[in-house]
Write a protein that binds this ligand. Sequence first.
Ligand code: SF4
Ligand code: FES
Length: 275
Amino acid sequence: MRIKLKIWRQKSRNASGRFVSYPVENVNPDMSMLECLDVLNEQLIQQGEDPVAFEHDCREGICGSCGFMVNGVAHGPLPATTVCQLTMRHFNDGNELVLEPWRARAFPLIKDLVVDRRSFDRIIAAGGYISVSTGSAPDGNAIPVPKEAADRAMDAAACIGCGACVAACPNASAALFTGAKMTHLGILPQGKPERDVRAIRMVAQMNEEGFGGCTNIGECTGVCPKEIPLEVIAAMNRDYFRASWRERDNVVTTIRPFTEWSTGSKLQVDPPSGR
Ligand code: SF4
Ligand code: FES
């Protein structure tokens, strides 16, 4: 196969970027999209040019490292597939593929197809955990978990944190990601004690990072390689509103212009510095 790759090249966040077209010869239809980029990069290195920067790790759809737009679609045209699993046989000989990085204010560009997704890490750090007492490991059967709850938690836990949902959303909302991370903990008995605080802190952090508000468009779930359902956003909203009511005496409201759907409330836990 012969493929033309039109790739967004940008040396750094503050440099100006542009599309550059590269012909790639002898593309094996069984190659993944990332392997096609490997072939291109070998060509570029041999020619003394800067290789295209892109993220990857597992290359089997489980780590969430890879991701970019292919012809305007996050992770490309195949449903439930990451770009590391997207094989070239799904394109035709002579096709031109346009590759662009995720574009969102909360994902600043690092180089070429690589963006900084540490905003996701900060959302998880804000509340995506459970606190456990130290000591020996508890018996696996000590806390019974209903089958339905276990299944729903596992479905939500399938989120790999790739960021495609944000890239596909016209509002650059992180509601699907945050909803998945809150839901897989909140459904299980082990995650219930911190459910309220988790909801308030994670939603506040999501707003703080500059993600847009969810307006129920649904593009996110359409491109999600793990098919995380919109239901997790409804669960997040329920948890958030219930927690805001219960914690109303401890919550400081910080309304921000981009948080149309929520009050952007913050749970004031630590006294402000200087007191
Ligand atoms: S919800 Fe889906 S698209 Fe969004 S980060 Fe998780 S796996 Fe990726
Ligand atoms: S490289 Fe791990 S999901 Fe694509």
